[in-house]
Design a protein around this ligand. Structure first.
Ligand code: SAH
Length: 352
């Protein structure tokens, strides 16, 4: 058990079981023991690797898609380029490098990062020194908003509910024999899950990301009012069903209750919730990452980059291209959804 585990066992023994969302929030962002709050988890030697850390092509193509949206919307002259949960800042650095040659784009933009981890804010400041940091989306400027969220929503706490009749029992974290254990609350009718009664049956489990609605409403409202576009990239599906909570340590799955604060915890993203909360802004068709990157020209970009590489570097580059796009790797698992104003065309690579 970890130090955070001991704290949680003591607290739960005193005040009773906590929701899975409260458990995840402490595991990920507890100021002293939280996973993201205290470390950089990325890369080969870390616990997991994300698309921008696999290849520079990922951020470059996203940058070109956003710059194209900016041009399509008349190249407005004071814009926000924002990222939710930028990790090491690699993606934004690649976006900025790839868009240097787009006339007027850099003169128009200011970079804004939404990041909760003080450790990761430091890495981000090294990668993108001119960024402005925020705790949440509400303080972003009232300007056209061009926003990226890669593997951000999967890191937000979720609640889980198991259906019983027309009611729901919530998954809770309690204590059994001095160790953390899962249990279920008694059943209650929940207005918040009314929309899931139609597509679930007895015993089915559904997940709810508690922070998502407010974040997407703020983004959708800004994009509708001022213009811009958002690209949300993550694993998940349209209203997925079943238990998707997963704990990763050193690239392997572990028990989510075994080492609180010392492993990553994620859940699949419900893209229906992303789409519906973005209103009055519009959402694109959900598209796989592989198809999205192919449409943006990743193969041509990969060939150009390969020309200057030899030996193991060239092999690694070929593998990285495959890893990002192949259906058996990240290509199908990861999905992309664009958010855009009703008066504009969808972001490049995506369809209405
Ligand atoms: N986008 C990056 C990192 C993904 S990991 C990449 O693709 O490599 C998730 C990121 O979201 C981390 O930077 C983490 O610190 C941040 N994060 C998680 N929960 C957050 C919250 N509630 N508010 C702000 N940032 C958060």
């Amino acid at each position: 058990m970890t130090a955070l585990g001991d704290l949680l066992v003591a607290r739960i023994a005193r005040t009773g079981p906590i929701s899975l969302a409260d458990y995840m929030a402490d595991c990920l962002m507890h100021p002293e023991h939280g996973y993201y709050a205290t470390r950089d988890p990325f890369g080969q030697s870390g616990d997991f690797i994300t698309a921008p850390e696999i290849s520079q092509m990922f951020g470059e193509l996203i940058g070109l898609s956003l710059a194209q949206s900016w041009i399509d919307q008349g190249s407005p002259d004071a814009i926000t380029v924002a990222e939710l949960g930028p990790g090491r800042g690699t993606l934004m650095a690649d976006v900025l490098r790839a868009t240097k040659a787009v006339p007027g784009f850099h003169g128009a933009l200011t970079v804004h990062f939404i990041e909760a981890s003080p450790v990761l804010r430091k890495s981000q400041a090294t990668a993108v020194p001119d960024a402005i940091w925020h705790d949440g989306v509400d303080t972003l400027p009232d300007q056209p908003l061009f926003l990226i969220a890669n593997e951000f929503f999967d890191a937000l706490p979720i609640r889980q509910f198991v259906r019983e009749g027309d009611g729901w029992r919530e998954k809770m974290v309690g204590v059994t024999d001095q160790a953390l254990s899962f249990g279920l609350s008694s059943a209650a009718h929940l207005g918040l899950l009314e929309h899931r009664l139609a597509d679930t049956g007895e015993g089915d489990l559904v997940e709810l990301c508690t922070a998502l609605p407010a974040i997407m409403q703020a983004i959708g409202t800004k994009i509708d009012a001022h213009g811009g576009a958002a690209l949300v990239i993550d694993y998940g599906d349209w209203q997925s069903q079943g238990d998707t909570l997963q704990a990763l340590k050193a690239h392997d799955h572990v028990d989510p209750l075994s080492t609180p604060g010392a492993n990553d915890l994620t859940a699949h993203v419900d893209f229906a919730a992303i789409a519906h909360n973005a209103a009055p802004a519009k959402f694109t068709r959900l598209t796989t990452q592989g198809v999205f990157l192919e449409r943006l020209g990743i193969t041509a970009r990969a060939q150009t980059l390969a020309q200057s590489l030899t030996g193991t570097a060239r092999q690694a580059h070929v593998l990285a291209h495959r890893r990002l796009t192949h259906p058996a790797e990240m290509g199908d698992l990861f999905k992309v959804m664009g958010i855009y104003p009703a008066t504009a065309t969808p972001p490049a690579g995506l369809e209405p």
